[in-house]
Design a protein around this ligand. Structure first.
Ligand SMILES: [Zn+2]
Ligand SMILES: [Zn+2]
Length: 306
């Protein structure tokens, strides 16, 4: 299972009760955050998932509403007595920007490891960091910006009949079941000898800020949860959204539909939009399983039953 929580749902400027962009995932007790707008540590504290286990923070881009909360958050992680390194992932220039912010947070008790997504490289990148299987996709926002997906694979079912047929002792079954190789009778046994085909895992995608693009549906294909920006709700705000390289609700819903997503959570609302729910029909007309996000909206996603 994997838990997902919107920490902040405001774009550009925070409001009372609506912090700036940030999203959290929890997997096996470890946390991955995407974006860290001003106030992220306050809303994270309210969510109650703790600071000590924040392993990875990914950045979509370097507009202030997505990174201005980082220095304070790192200080608070430091106060949680964390000593293990924290990995930061983001566009090229990440280390320079973070080192600049660290001038006001100079004495952290942990190291920071940087993964910069190379400029001019491939549109899609994949990496495995601290137990998280992370993909990044370059999007279209005027400055370098990435969408992210986190995937949790699920191995095939253990086939006891196959194990018996190969005379594999029962005491080795649990290792193979966990995906480990074992040595038996001078031979290496691999899990694929006793496991069925891989089953559908979980995928959670997060995409802000960008204009729609044809490759986005492929990138977020079959996501159980697709979190996507909707700076404005109404269709007649399209021109305004496009001029700022953002989306309206119906554009996000179109991507969710094309991608066969499980559900869509809209986020990154314009501060002028005081009640995003009012505009939800613009999304639901296209993709019925659309929801407007709100700070600390969260849900646990589990593997589907066989
Ligand atoms: Zn933004
Ligand atoms: Zn932006």
């Amino acid at each position: 299972m994997i838990e997902a929580a919107l920490l902040g749902t405001s774009g550009m400027m925070p409001l009372p009760n609506r912090y700036l962009a940030s999203f959290a995932l929890r997997l096996n007790g470890k946390l991955l955050l995407i974006d860290c707008g001003e106030g992220t540590q306050v809303t994270h504290k309210l969510l109650g998932w703790g600071f000590r286990n924040i392993e990875v923070i990914c950045f979509t881009h370097f507009h202030a509403d997505h990174i201005s909360g980082l220095a304070g958050l790192l200080l608070t992680i430091g106060n949680s007595e964390r000593e293990e390194p924290v990995t930061l992932i983001g566009p090229a220039g990440l280390e320079f920007i973070v080192r600049s912010l660290l001038v006001i947070a100079p004495e952290l008790p942990f190291d920071i490891e940087f993964i910069e997504l190379a400029q001019g490289g491939d549109r899609f990148k994949h990496m495995s960091v601290s137990g998280f299987d992370i993909s990044a996709c370059l999007v279209n926002h005027g400055i370098t910006c990435y969408a992210y997906s986190v995937q949790l694979d699920r191995q095939g079912k253990f086939d006891a009949d196959r194990a018996k047929a190969q005379n594999i002792p029962v005491k080795l079954w649990s290792h193979l079941q966990k995906g480990e190789e074992v040595l038996y009778d001078g031979k290496v046994l691999t899990p694929d000898t006793v496991l069925g085909p891989a089953r559908k895992g979980l995928k959670i995608s997060y995409c802000t800020d960008t204009r729609p693009a044809s490759y986005l549906a492929d990138f977020v294909r079959d996501s159980d949860l697709f979190v996507c920006e909707g700076l404005y709700g109404e269709d007649d705000k399209l021109e305004k959204a496009a001029s700022h390289r953002h989306m309206i609700f119906s554009e996000a819903a179109r991507i969710a539909k094309d991608a066969n997503a499980g559900e869509l959570w809209l986020t990154h609302f314009s501060p002028a939009m005081t009640n995003p729910r009012e505009f939800l029909p613009y999304a639901r007309n296209i993709f019925p399983n659309s929801y407007t996000g709100y700070d600390r909206k969260n849900k646990t996603f589990r593997f589907s039953e066989e």
